[in-house]
Design a protein. Structure first.
Length: 127
């Protein structure tokens, strides 16, 4: 797993790492038993202080999603993915098509993210 840190997002760096791991768990990119990159590896690829990564991993551990194994690393202890259904596959294909259309209209990643966030806020106002 490779983390992408957006320093302009206003979201704390450690929370970006937590959110990216959670998303990877939901999408089945990370599964139980997978090893997360070490804090040193994350620091080398993102220029993030290793303590920031350790803080994120502690938060994920507190949530019961990962477990540290001394001398071995940090491993995924449970997934957030639902069993994939035909509906999920169909929705994912539709979403990819929508993103393709948005890009063709000249929207960049931040524009698409803003539209998605706006739609989510409209449909899930209590979150």
């Amino acid at each position: 797993m490779e983390f992408r840190i957006d320093r302009r997002s206003g979201v704390a760096t450690y929370l970006q790492i937590v959110q990216q791991v959670q998303q990877a768990l939901r999408l089945g990119i990370l599964v139980e038993g997978d090893r997360l990159p070490t804090a040193a590896q994350v620091a080398a690829t993102t220029k993030v202080n290793p303590n920031t990564t350790l803080k994120a991993y502690r938060e994920l551990e507190r949530e019961g999603l990962v477990e540290p194994r001394p001398g071995l690393g940090t491993f995924v202890s449970r997934t957030l993915a639902r069993p994939e259904s035909a509906a999920d596959a169909r929705l994912r294909a539709e979403l990819r098509s929508w993103v393709d259309r948005a890009r063709a209209e000249g929207l960049d990643r931040e524009d698409v993210q803003a539209l998605v966030n706006s739609a989510l806020a409209d449909r899930f106002p209590d979150v």
